[in-house]
Design a protein around this ligand. Structure first.
Ligand SMILES: [Zn+2]
Length: 123
């Protein structure tokens, strides 16, 4: 038998309308600001490095190492963009696969990590 968690609607209907219809959509929580700055810095860095790598590939004999590096950097830029989108959506810090919290140490080492260690090891 399941017990409803919500209170009796007849006793608190006025309260409910004011709390559920919040006029301001939640913005990125303040403690995510350092993460966003870090991600934006890393993104700019990746873009610059990728331009350098692409410049190396724009020779008569394209360097396969530079080509791979440019491709890897593009992937990182995409991961950073996804992380920035998660900050905007308020889901940053949660594993995109299992929904569990990603440990702070992991986010420090890899701020754009999409998943926790155990989920990403399976991929
Ligand atoms: Zn996970």
């Amino acid at each position: 038998m399941r017990v409803p968690l919500r209170r009796d609607a007849s006793s608190s209907s006025q309260e409910d309308t004011t709390t559920t219809l919040s006029p301001d959509p939640p913005t990125a929580s303040p403690d995510r600001a350092p993460s966003r700055v870090l991600l934006e810095t890393q993104r700019a860095d990746c873009v610059r490095q990728r331009e350098l790598a692409l410049a190396e590939t724009a020779t008569s004999v394209p360097d396969p190492v530079a080509q791979r590096r440019a491709a890897g950097l593009l992937r990182t830029i995409e991961e950073i963009d996804a992380a920035l989108a998660r900050i905007a959506a308020g889901t940053y810090g949660a594993c995109v696969y299992c929904g569990g919290a990603i440990p702070a140490e992991r986010l420090e080492f890899r701020p754009f990590a999409a998943g926790c260690v155990s989920c990403q090891q399976e991929r």
